[in-house]
Write a protein that binds this ligand. Structure first.
Ligand code: NAD
Ligand code: MG
Length: 402
C-alpha cells in the first residue's frame, strides 16, 4: 500500500480544485485533505471543508473569515482558518503536507506554488501562469529541493506520459529528453475557430467562454478562445521539458482526444488519448507512478470515428504568435505577456474592452518589455515587480482603448 498523501489544494473551489476533490474522494485510504483555499465562493469552501474533513482552510481576508464562520453549521469540528497570501505560501510549505495541487488561476498562484517547490513537495502544477512568469526560478527550486513536479495541464501531462522518464523527468532535469525531435501540442481551436473574422469585434464574454470540448474557469476559457492559452502552454512546455521553442509545434485538433504528442528522432510519434476530462491528468499526478480510477469513462474510438489535425491560423489567433515572440524575447517579456493578458481578459469579462483589444494590449506590453534590459529576474520580488509594471501599462492601454 503506498504511503498516505496529505494534500493541500490551492484554489479548491475552482474547476481544477473540484475535480481534484472528486478524484481524492474515490481513494480514502490513499489521500487525505489537509488544507483547502479559496478567494471568493467562501460558502462553497465551507461545504468542501465539511465533506472532506479538511484540517485547515485559507481565505483572503478578515471579511472572508467571517463569512466562513457564518457558513459553518453542524457539530463537526471546524477547521483552523488562516488568512492571506502569506498563509497560503506557508501552508503549502509546512511539514504536514506531502502534496500540493497548485490550482489558483493567474500569477497570483505563483508565490504559494513556488513555496511548495522550494519546500520539496510533490507539486501537481495546474497553474501554468506560475511557469510562464517564473519558469527558470521555479525549475531551479524543484531541482535544488528535490521536489517532484507533475504537470497537470492536459497537454503537458500527455507529453510527460509519452516521454521515457523512469522517474527523473519529475525532478526537472535541465537538459531536453534524449531522442526527441519535437513536442506536438494539440489545441482544440476553441469556440471561435470557425467564426468569420469580421465578427470578432462583436464577440461577447459568453461566446468566448462557450468552449466546445472542455468545461473550465472563465479566464482559461477566454484564453482558449484567443489561443493565449496555447501560447502560455508553449512557454510552459519550454520550461517543463527544457525544449527550445523551435522544437515545439502547435497542432489544431478539434476533437480534444489526442492530448499531445512526442515525436522521436526515429520517426515515431507517441500520443496520449482520453476523454477531455481533467480528472485523468489529476489522477495521474496524484497516484504517480501508479494508475488509479479517476471516474472518467471509456473513450469509444469506434464511436468517435475520426481525428482531425490542422495548422493554426496566425491571423485568426495573433496571440499565439505573440507568445512565441515573448519566448524569443526572454523572461521579462513572458511576464509582461502573462500580466497584460490577465488585465485584458478581466477587462473583457467585465465588458470594458472588446475581444479584439486583448491582443492589442498584450502587444503594447510586449513592446514595453522589449525596451527593458534583457536580464532574467533572479528572485520572486523581481518577477513581481515586472508583473506589476506590465499590469500598470496594460491598465493605461485599456483606458486609451475605451
Ligand atoms: P477557476 O477560476 O475555476 O478557479 C480558480 C481558483 O483559484 C478558485 O478556487 C479561486 O478561488 C482561486 N483564486 C482566484 N484568484 C485568486 C487569488 N488572487 N488568490 C488566491 N486564490 C485565488 O480556474 P480553473 O479553471 O480551475 O484553473 C486553475 C488553473 O489551472 C489556471 O492556472 C488554469 O490555467 C489551469 N488549468 C485549468 C484547466 C481546466 O480545465 N480548468 C486545465 C488546464 C490548466
Ligand atoms: Mg491545457
Amino acid at each position: 500500500m503506498p504511503a498516505l498523501q496529505r494534500i493541500c489544494i490551492l484554489g479548491s473551489t475552482g474547476s481544477i480544485g473540484t475535480s481534484t476533490l472528486d478524484v481524492i474522494a474515490r481513494h480514502p485510504g490513499r489521500f487525505v485533505v489537509h488544507a483547502l483555499s479559496a478567494h471568493s465562493r467562501i460558502e462553497a469552501l465551507a461545504q468542501q471543508a465539511r465533506v472532506h474533513a479538511a484540517r485547515i482552510v485559507i481565505v483572503p481576508d478578515a471579511a472572508a473569515r467571517q463569512r466562513f464562520l457564518q457558513s459553518w453549521v453542524g457539530p463537526q469540528p471546524r477547521p483552523e482558518i488562516r488568512v492571506g497570501a502569506q498563509a497560503l505560501a506557508e501552508t503549502a510549505a509546512e511539514a504536514d503536507v506531502t502534496t500540493v495541487m497548485a490550482a489558483i488561476v493567474g500569477a497570483a498562484g505563483l508565490p504559494a506554488a513556488l513555496a511548495a517547490a522550494q519546500a520539496g513537495k510533490r507539486v501537481l502544477l495546474a497553474n501554468k501562469e506560475a511557469l510562464v512568469a517564473a519558469g527558470s526560478l521555479f525549475m531551479q527550486a524543484v531541482r535544488q529541493s528535490g521536489a517532484q513536479l507533475l504537470p497537470i495541464d492536459s497537454e503537458h501531462n500527455a507529453i510527460f506520459q509519452c516521454l521515457p522518464h523512469n522517474g527523473h523527468r519529475a525532478r526537472a532535469p535541465s537538459t531536453p529528453p534524449s531522442g526527441v525531435r519535437r513536442l506536438l501540442l494539440t489545441a482544440s481551436g476553441g469556440p471561435l475557430r470557425l467564426i468569420p473574422l469580421d465578427q470578432f469585434e462583436a464577440v461577447t464574454p459568453d461566446q468566448a467562454c462557450a468552449h466546445p470540448t472542455w468545461q473550465m474557469g472563465r479566464k482559461i476559457s477566454v484564453d482558449s478562445a484567443t489561443m493565449v492559452n496555447k501560447g502560455l502552454e508553449v512557454i510552459e512546455a519550454h520550461w517543463l521539458f527544457a525544449m527550445p521553442a523551435q522544437q515545439i509545434q502547435v497542432v489544431i485538433h478539434p476533437q480534444s482526444v489526442v492530448h499531445s504528442m512526442v515525436e522521436y528522432e526515429d520517426g515515431s510519434i507517441l500520443a496520449q488519448l482520453g476523454q477531455p476530462d481533467m480528472r485523468t491528468p489529476i489522477a495521474y499526478g496524484l497516484a504517480y507512478p501508479e494508475r488509479v480510477d479517476s471516474g472518467v469513462g471509456l473513450l469509444e474510438l469506434t464511436r468517435l470515428g475520426r481525428l482531425d489535425f490542422e495548422p493554426p491560423d496566425m491571423l485568426r489567433f495573433p496571440c499565439l504568435q505573440l507568445a512565441f515572440d515573448a519566448l524569443q524575447l526572454g523572461q521579462g517579456a513572458c511576464i509582461a505577456m502573462n500580466a497584460a493578458n490577465e488585465v485584458a481578459v478581466d477587462g473583457f469579462l467585465r465588458g470594458h474592452i472588446r475581444y479584439t483589444e486583448i491582443a492589442r494590449i498584450i502587444e503594447s506590453c510586449l513592446d514595453d518589455a522589449a525596451s527593458l534590459p534583457g536580464t532574467a529576474p533572479e528572485s520572486l520580488d523581481e518577477v513581481l515587480e515586472l508583473d506589476a509594471r506590465a499590469r500598470r501599462r496594460a491598465v493605461s492601454t485599456s483606458r486609451l482603448l475605451q
